[in-house]
Design a protein around this ligand. Structure first.
Ligand code: MIG
Length: 744
């Protein structure tokens, strides 16, 4: 009897097999080596269990970790396994040669957060979550496997947050109390060794700081990548791209980036362009740069099987592709037709890919978008054996990969790394070709630590209100899993958007760290000017707010790069112990000072907004809402086109004047707007493009309002902005005056 694990949940599957039965606990067959260590990471005690099963009388290796930062130095102290303090009665065992089970109690009060990309509300509890990179365009309640696999779970219990992380790229199934018996189970499908980490109870920010100290924090992205990006599958030729650029500028809709999807290529061959439709590929980027646009191209991993195609021939010659157990190059169908798949586990493949990417860079392409890198395939979309109870032996795993450190390994064991390693190679290409420019890489697939290499988007959503709503909890969980630079397709990818939905989506999208409008081949056009002038005005107004917020957004990225804090945060991040804030996921914090409470349904004219302790200001009107010491819920109106944001009393926000692209950013005046008579804030600036901030070339000020005046103190003065220095203003509820920033 077989059943479809993609569309059927486990409980239903069991019923099909013959009535529901509680699964008996497997008995332990472990006969390898396990030891335990602990260390303090950024103030949080982290315990790890290091497990090496024995395979055919030999101890299995622990594969090289691509999740841990390479530069990381942690002083691990060995501790006895018995002394390992496992919260929630943790136990583990090896159930079969290809599976480990972890069991733990989960008292009813515990909420589950994080775990990377899940189609879920904020609290993941009550569901089963399978981590196995999958191209699944059907994002519905049963979309268990998605593109990314980040096995970092946060257990929230009152004000205490505990973390579990399994550092293994192998597939995992996390059952977070699906049977409602206050118990959870994790199945890790592997024949290899792994590290199982437990983070002791901490605050939510401290826990995320510890996890990201280990798996990395995104360095500052280029400023242009934080502006508006416009994409669709696909702008068919260069005239269309030029026309698109003209439209943005003529209509004065701010935009920084235009994105080219798969049709720019010659028959979907990577590292080529269509000579008919993009005859001037080499000069296109340069021309558009004059209009202050950057160009991004999509790059998929599949290499067309075509003896006349030099990239394919080279891959064959140098043995750079994934191969079957019989030693033949593994061939499957993707956009180019029959294709081979680069084995990114090999360093040699990565350097080949890196060098090949020069094709784009020498043609002026600014950023690279990696898609289909689960890797997706048209005929093996469901490569897991079905039903899946244990990791099969290497030679039964679709194909083999080869790791320089660990030798030949079955694809399923390392599938979750495919996107990450492609991202790593891509980032290196950009760094090599343009040593002092911050790279921009966007990826669909990824694993723990992907934030070091790329920004992410959450794949193929649909133009539904439900997906607008889900984008909030999904991005919150992605952020808590270490990946701050993230977004979803604004307007929705599949289906047809409506003008109202598009405007609503921009109202939230202004706060997506990655800010891109994208839609699928068959969908109706959804560029900001694809509807009536009234709709265009609303969308323009919202995009302008994004540009206004750029100094604040830059400061949030700066904070992320040092502490791992995401930009989009659940309310409980800043209001721990507030039981009404906990679990709230139709609102979120954007940094410490802005709260977003969007309209998420059609025809909505008002909603209840929960305001945590303190007073708040409506973003658009500047009107003060009297809150309270303990928080309160207020019914607020949400007319179409109004940014659904509220500002915390006591803050000073740095806000830029409106600009058409970030090329103008350094000359654009900045206003320090105070919310309340006692207020403070920070302001960060650097050149927005180079790595120089890492060698101190940035400025940072502390801002305080005292007696109605702005007092600034330079915390850091490393950048000489020279004559081009912009002007600054100070704005209160009553007036606007020029401001001068103190020097060091
Ligand atoms: O099989 O390149 O998620 O953003 O537009 C579809 C075409 C392939 C999937 C991506 C989507 C992209 C599309 N791609």
């Amino acid at each position: 009897m077989t059943f479809d694990i993609f569309t059927t949940d486990w409980t239903t599957a069991r019923k099909k097999i013959g009535g529901w039965q509680p699964e008996p606990r497997a008995s332990d067959i472990f006969s390898g080596n396990a030891h335990s260590e602990s260390a303090i990471v950024e103030g949080v005690r982290v315990n790890r269990l290091c497990v090496r099963p024995s395979v055919k009388d030999k101890l299995a290796k622990i594969n090289k970790s691509y999740a841990l930062c390479e530069s990381l130095k942690i002083d691990w102290q060995e501790q006895s396994i018995e002394s390992l303090q496992l919260p929630y009665s943790f136990t583990w065992l090896q159930a079969t040669p290809g599976r480990f089970d972890f069991h733990f109690d989960m008292p009813a009060v515990v909420r589950c957060l994080g775990l990377g990309e899940r189609f879920s509300d904020l609290n993941l509890r009550g569901n089963r979550h399978t981590l196995f990179a999958t191209d699944n365009p059907h994002h519905n309640e049963h979309a268990d496997m998605l593109y990314k696999s980040i096995p970092f779970l946060i257990l929230a219990d009152g004000e205490k947050y505990t973390g579990i992380w399994i550092d293994s790229p192998s597939p995992q199934r996390w059952d977070l109390d699906t049977e409602m018996v206050e118990a959870a189970k994790i199945e890790l499908f592997t024949r290899r060794g792994f590290y199982f980490y437990l983070f002791d109870a901490a605050t939510l920010p401290a826990l995320v700081a510890a996890f990201t100290a280990m798996t990395g924090r995104a360095p500052l992205p280029p400023l242009w990548s934080l502006g508006h990006q416009q994409c669709r599958w696909s702008y068919p030729d260069e005239e269309t791209i030029r026309h698109l650029a003209d439209q943005f500028r003529k209509r004065k809709i701010p935009c920084d980036t235009l994105v080219m999807d798969i049709d720019y290529m010659d028959d979907y061959r990577v590292f080529t362009h269509s000579k008919e439709r993009f005859p001037n590929f080499a000069s296109l980027a340069k021309e558009l740069a004059e209009e202050h646009f950057k160009l991004i191209t999509i790059v998929d991993p599949g290499v067309k099987k075509d003896e006349k195609f030099d990239i394919y021939r080279q891959g064959i010659k140098d043995d750079l592709f994934c191969k079957t157990a019989k030693g033949e190059v593994f061939i499957e169908t993707v956009w180019p037709g029959l294709s081979a798949f680069p084995d990114f586990l090999k360093a040699e493949t990565r350097s080949w890919w890196r060098d090949s990417l020069k094709f784009y860079l020498k043609n002026g392409i600014k950023g690279i978008w990696n898609d289909m890198n689960e890797p997706a395939m048209f005929n093996s979309q469901r490569p897991l054996p079905d039903p899946f109870f244990e990791m099969p032996e290497d030679d039964k795993q679709l194909f083999l990969q080869t790791s320089d450190d660990d030798g030949s390994i079955g694809h399923f064991e390392v599938r979750n790394l495919y996107g990450t390693l492609m991202g790593l190679a891509t980032r290196e290409a950009l760094l090599k070709e343009r040593p002092n420019e911050r790279p921009f890489v966007l990826t669909r697939a990824g694993s723990a630590g992907i934030q070091r290499h790329a920004a992410v988007w959450l794949g193929d959503n649909t133009s539904w209100y439900e997906h607008l709503q889900k984008s909030v909890p999904m991005l919150l969980n992605v952020g808590l899993s270490g990946v701050a630079f993230a977004g979803v397709d604004i307007g929705g990818f599949g289906g047809h958007t409506t003008p109202e939905l598009l405007v609503r989506w921009y109202e939230v999208g202004v706060f997506y760290p990655f800010f891109r409008n994208h839609c699928a081949l068959m969908g109706r056009a959804q560029e900001p000017f694809s509807f009536s002038p009234a709709v265009e005005d609303m969308v323009r107004g919202l995009i302008e707010q994004r540009y206004k917020l750029l100094p604040y957004i830059q400061a949030l990225f700066w904070e992320h790069s040092r502490t791992g804090a995401p930009l989009m945060r659940p309310l409980e991040w800043h209001y721990p112990g507030d039981s009404l804030a906990a679990g709230c996921d139709d609102q979120f914090m954007f940094g410490a000072d802005i709260m977003v409470a969007p309209a998420l349904r059609a025809n909505q004219s008002s909603r209840n907004v929960y305001f945590p302790a303190g007073n708040w200001y409506e973003w658009q009107s500047g009107r003060k809402l009297e809150g309270g010491q303990r928080g309160c819920t207020i019914r607020v109106e949400c007319p179409l086109g109004r940014l659904p944001a509220f500002v915390r009393e006591g803050t000073i926000l740095p806000l830029a004047d409106i600009m058409q692209s970030t090329d103008e950013f350094l000359e654009t005046p900045v206003t320090f707007q105070a919310f309340g008579s006692e207020a403070s804030g920070r302001f960060f600036e650097d050149d927005g493009i180079s790595h120089d901030y890492q060698t101190d070339k940035y400025n940072e000020w502390e801002l305080v309002v005292a007696d109605g005046r702005l007092v600034t103190r330079a915390v850091h003065n490393g950048l000489d902005v020279g004559k081009n220095s912009r002007t600054y203003r100070f704005q209160t509820a009553d007036n606007v005056v020029p401001a001068v920033l103190a020097t060091y």
